[in-house]
Design a protein around this ligand. Structure first.
Ligand code: MN
Length: 317
């Protein structure tokens, strides 16, 4: 998906100042964002958050649905990140300038590595139920100029125990490794809990973690988790206690704290405001991000850059 906000803020993220070195349990409310036009989809954005900008390299998290909606995101660019598309219900067709055309369904992963630059579009069937998440992973400087590429993983590995199953989308959990390409040590996993489940999920003390509910109510370290907010868990944990009275589905995100400072604006990640300005100019000039075959939609114009010096805006989200 795209960040379709009309006046996106430029956010400086990363660095270790926000990272809790010890276990914490902080419930972070998301904010609602309307994506696109009169038939807008509503999403709840929990990353970046005013308090916590990133969780490992995870730097963007939109949760949506379940609701009847139509996703129609025209061609738009990305730089310096990976987009991770994960559905609970519905289907979305991805097309990109490399010629990829791939439907993603629940339980499958669409992973697009923008690297130095890519453009793509996303469409869902008209007025069908949509329910899922759109996540971004920031690329470290050593790999952010990588050639853009697209991966579809229809089958992913999982680990299971009494009352739970964890599908590993990205990275590693409990020794189970996703085949998806990653560039920093991290994990993204969907954990389904049976009714009455009480389980401990293995974690790495050097990672920071967060969890959100995709459906149902669960308790993570005794904190009640319903769809909407993100529970930030900090670092220093070797396991996570999960309980559910009724079936529930959680998303677990984690990773090594991302030390580099990054600058995010609209659909770009760079390292400076000047670089973001250059990305925007390249996209509007229409010559370096390719064209997306198979869609009649006109490319999405970039919003205007903020006119006020960015640093004076302080830590707005
Ligand atoms: Mn996108």
């Amino acid at each position: 998906m795209s960040n379709l906000e009309r006046e996106p803020w430029e956010a400086t993220c990363g660095g270790l100042t926000d990272v809790a070195a010890e276990p914490v349990s902080r419930l972070l409310e998301g904010h609602d964002v309307a994506l696109g036009g009169p038939r807008a989809m509503k999403v709840t954005r929990t990353l970046p958050n005013r308090e916590i900008r990133m969780v490992g390299a995870w730097c963007f998290a939109d949760y949506y649905g379940p609701e009847k909606a139509t996703m129609r995101v025209p061609p738009h660019p990305h730089t310096g990140l990976q987009t991770v598309s994960w559905l609970v219900e519905g289907e979305v067709l991805h097309r990109d300038c490399l010629g990829s055309e791939q439907l993603v369904k629940p339980g499958q992963l669409n992973l697009m590595t923008a690297g130095r630059g890519i453009s793509h579009s996303e469409h869902s069937p008209r007025d069908a139920v949509l329910h899922g998440v759109q996540l971004w992973v920031a690329l470290p400087s050593a790999h952010r100029q990588v050639a853009p590429h697209f991966e579809h993983h229809p089958v992913l590995p999982s680990l299971a125990g009494p009352g739970f199953r964890a599908t590993v989308l990205m990275g590693e959990l409990g020794g189970v490794v996703s085949p998806a390409q990653t560039y920093t040590p991290l994990v993204g996993a969907e954990v389904t809990l049976d009714a009455g489940a009480e389980t401990r999920i293995p974690l790495q003390p050097g990672f920071e973690y967060a969890a959100l509910s995709l459906s149902g109510t669960a308790r993570a370290e005794k904190i009640v988790l319903d769809p909407g907010p993100l529970l930030y868990l900090g670092c220093g944990r070797s396991e996570l206690l999960l309980r559910a009275e009724r079936p529930a589905r959680l998303l677990l995100l984690g990773g090594e704290p991302f030390e580099e400072r990054i600058v995010m604006w609209w659909n770009f990640i760079g390292r400076s405001h000047e670089e973001i300005v250059a990305f925007r100019q390249e996209w509007m000039a229409g010559d370096t991000f390719g064209t997306v075959p198979g869609t009649d939609d006109a490319p999405l114009p970039a919003p205007a850059l903020p006119s006020v010096p960015l640093k004076s805006r302080g830590r707005r989200r």
